[in-house]
Design a protein around this ligand. Structure first.
Ligand code: AMP
Ligand code: ZN
Length: 124
């Protein structure tokens, strides 16, 4: 898709700090991180927004979401349980959709936001 920033990142025409890649997906660091861990999970295929997705995108969406715990583990922000049974760690996953949803880049992406608090959180 011409003039799509994330398509250009997928095509390596714009630099990004990549952390993961497979046939369908690319993951890179958000340029303005809202927290110690702030990754963007994008499909290599251009989809403008979640609002355009249908059942035919279910497999791709499932792959995007299923990657979250893998990345969280790699980035050290997975949800853990201590010896007393208390949960600690964790992350936020976010898909902004459309102007009212705060979407700035019209190429579908999941934000993975985590790491020790307090975060400097913008719009999250
Ligand atoms: P959204 O508001 O959900 O569309 O989020 C777009 C995100 O893309 C924002 O958090 C931006 O900081 C991030 N962003 C914009 N340009 C770049 C870039 N060149 N590389 C990495 N992240 C970017
Ligand atoms: Zn795109």
């Amino acid at each position: 898709m011409e003039n799509c920033l994330f398509c250009k990142i997928v095509a390596d025409q714009v630099h990004s700090q990549k952390v993961y890649e497979n046939d369908d997906l690319l993951v890179f660091k958000d340029i303005f991180p809202a927290a110690p861990v702030h990754l963007l999970i994008v499909p290599k295929r251009h989809i403008a927004t979640l609002s355009n997705c249908t059942g035919s995108d279910a497999e791709l969406l499932g792959k995007m979401l299923a990657l979250v715990p893998v990345l969280a583990e790699q980035q050290g922000c997975a949800v853990k349980v201590d010896e007393a049974g208390n949960h600690y760690g964790g992350f936020k996953t976010l898909i902004n959709s459309g102007p009212d949803g705060g979407q700035e880049v019209y190429h579908l992406h999941i934000h993975l936001i985590g790491g020790p608090k307090p975060w400097n959180g913008k719009n999250i």
